[in-house]
Design a protein around this ligand. Structure first.
Ligand code: NAP
Ligand code: F7E
Length: 339
């Protein structure tokens, strides 16, 4: 007689964000029933998500409202919670530090405490979206190897500080209540679902518009910072692997390479046949931050060794994929508007 394994259930906060889209597709393909925690009674991104991800069951709520999280847990009764919801833009966090603390920091406590008080501490595994922004780039003293799980934290923005609160709260619930809470310390990851407010997508969106004659240049802030940029599709697999592991733990996910924004610009403009990006870029102090993270480089060797995780998409492929996606999208829109 064939034994049927019950369908696993996941609740994903931040469902309308980049990682929410990649992760929900990944989990659906694995046979999960996916619930998405969506903000607002009329979130403008809801219709888009319902069209692209019709398998996601939406539950309305807000990370600042613990009652709504409790209700979502009672509706979904999840085996796994992926807490991806956050104010995630570093520049914006300087403008709205208090809100960032409420959502990105205290929102984590609200999720953990809701799981605990609804009696799910033993049943429900939790993924917390921690970040390389907790390292801050200042204590960078590991050339060639990069930050790992034991590196010092020194956040350089209200976002980084709020994430560090969430990170330590998650570890505290693991230690205090024996809850299965794993923190992924993820370095920058990008792709076709990346918001246009982040530098990589801002560039690839502009490259496509420049190619079609819709704009002449792109305004950016500092161009020298370096980031360890990977592909979001690779990284959401790592999130899932963390919750399949025998023990909860912290894991760095990164590519182990770092590149400047100038490197990104060079590859992106080369994709449309432009060997020099400089004529198309203007610097605007409005996009500079009160404190900058100069360089981020991660060491993913623990995740590779313990989880068997490996990134597949390299930096040139990432840039090419994003530019080609935006060329196709802008091209279709331009053709349609020209009738
Ligand atoms: P994202 O695209 O900015 O998505 C953020 C999500 O959070 C959106 O769905 C947003 O929903 C939701 N959200 C914002 N405020 C909320 C609130 N009060 N209640 C409920 N949901 C709320 O971010 P991402 O790139 O997918 O990143 C996912 C997570 O990983 C974030 O926690 C981010 O900080 C972290 N992270 C990202 C990276 C990266 O490189 N992408 C690296 C390390 C860590 P709305 O549609 O309502 O705005
Ligand atoms: O900036 C510089 C900017 O906003 C990258 C988030 O997902 O990854 C992301 O944070 C760099 C910075 O990402 C512009 O100053 C220059 O040095 O794309 P970003 P981020 O700040 O690294 C981490 C790991 C997260 O956890 C975050 O949630 O690019 N830069 N000119 C610019 N950045 C933006 N956004 N816009 C510009 O015009």
């Amino acid at each position: 007689m064939q034994v049927m394994t019950p369908q696993k259930v996941a609740l994903v906060t931040g469902i309308t964000g980049q990682d929410g889209k990649h992760l929900s597709t990944f989990l659906h393909d694995k046979g999960y029933l996916v619930y998405g925690f969506i903000r607002g009674q009329n979130n403008p991104r809801r219709a888009e998500l319902e069209a692209s991800h019709p398998f996601v069951k939406m539950i309305e709520g807000d990370l600042t409202d613990p009652t709504s999280i409790v209700q979502a847990l009672e509706v979904a009764n999840p085996d796994e919670v992926y807490n991806l919801g956050a104010i995630s833009h570093v520049g914006y966090s300087f403008k709205n530090p208090s809100l960032t603390a409420e959502v990105t920091g205290k929102g984590v406590l609200n999720v953990l405490e809701s799981v605990r008080i609804t009696g799910r501490a033993e049943k429900t595994r939790i993924y917390q979206a921690s970040t390389s922004e907790m390292f801050g780039g200042l204590d960078y003293n590991r050339p060639g190897t990069g930050y790992n799980e034991d590196s010092l934290f020194h956040p350089r923005s209200p976002y980084g500080v709020a994430k560090l609160y969430g990170h330590w709260t998650a570890k505290n619930y693991r230690e205090s209540y024996g809850m299965f809470v794993s923190c992924g310390i993820l370095f920058n990851h990008e792709g076709e679902h990346r918001g246009v407010e982040f530098v990589t997508r801002k560039i690839t969106h502009a490259v496509a518009r420049i190619k079609y004659g819709l704009q002449e240049y792109v305004e950016l802030g500092d161009l020298w910072p370096k980031r360890d940029w990977g592909y979001a599709g690779d990284f959401v697999k790592g999130m899932w692997l963390m919750l399949q592991h025998t023990e909860p733990d912290d894991f760095v996910l990164a590519t182990g390479e770092t590149h400047s924004i100038e490197d990104f610009l060079a590859l992106a403009f080369a994709e449309i046949g432009e060997s020099d990006w400089r004529p198309y870029v203007r610097q605007n102090p409005a996009f500079m931050r009160p404190a900058e993270v100069d360089i981020l480089l991660g060491d993913p060797s623990k995740a590779e060794r313990v989880l068997g995780w490996h990134r597949e998409v390299d930096f040139p492929t990432l840039v090419s994929r994003m530019v080609q996606h935006d060329l196709a999208r802008v091209g279709v829109a331009t053709e349609a508007s020209r009738g």
